[in-house]
Design a protein. Sequence first.
Length: 383
Amino acid sequence: MKTLPLVSLVSLVSLLGLAACGDNQRNAPDAGPPIEAGGPQSRAVVVVGDFNPGDFGALSTLDPATRTVHKTVGPTGAVGSDPVLRHIGRELLIVNRGENNVTILDDDTLAFKEQLGTGAGSFAQDVAASGNKLYVAATGTKGVVVLTRGSTTTATIDLSADDPDGFPDCNSVYLVGTQLYVACGLLTNFHATVPGKVYVVDTATDALRPELTVTLTHANPLGWLERFPAGGPHAGDLVIPTVENFSTAPGCIERIAVGAAPASGGCLVDNATLGGYAVRTDIEADDAGHIVWTAVAYPNDFSRGSLRAFDMSRDELRGTPLNPATQQITDVVRCPSGHIVVFDSTFGAPGLRVYQGTAETTAAALPIGTVMEGLPQHGLVCY
């Protein structure tokens, strides 16, 4: 009953049938009110799993203004055992890393739209969308799996030329115009031995542009590519965390300039300054510049995690961690309403916390209604 197979579009009709008596009805009460375009209300969405392949995970939502959680409201079978989440356009794209598929939901009603398999053993990691195509970074392949909506066909963009073992360990993708930026670790026996690469693919032809490849300052791009918004320093550039090993944690949050001549922009802030390594970043624009909100993990101490703010207008890390050392912050997202939502993975008391500026507005972590409240990183979005 718990197995979540790689399914064809035809078999997904039966999966949708599960929702007829369940929790993906349009405007279902448990999902919270629909989001009005352009309105002041924000909705945070979190997906979590138990890391046991084949088990279902869960999706819950949060109104950050009222701190109201709507628990386990996603469609049955949409979330797998190790999910991550992107919000693209008016859709939620859930990358089920344990089950090798991408599930697409309507971001307003949470209704199921489609689920596409990435191939057995592909180990899907991140997704970008262009038209009816999905581009999936997948560490078990030669680079990027290309999916076509409404079809079960797949293709692979080969980025393996720089990696002797033929698997370039690509973990993140981000689309800028028609350029797909792909971050790859080039690991050897799961160890980072050379600087990471960011490749550029022309989505008009799905061809690699090798002359545009960027070599990172450090090895092992760990997190996801995120983009600076317009109107501030480094507008439109991408950033990604790197960590060369998990014992001494050399690395930084690295910047990549995009466009006709992509290039490394070096480090925004190094891991020594952070006191650990970034596992998630989210960027906001303020009146003066940009704030890079960062969830920081600590080498050799997986029981703690900090919320940090890097101020681009001053080019400095703001003060000390915003949370007490007793918490384990593993994920962070900034909402259009101005709230900062984090996931606290503290053992025995996990859940969501909300900040307004640098002050927490929650008295305790808000449970999300499932025992699978594990260790999400890139499991949060807010819109």
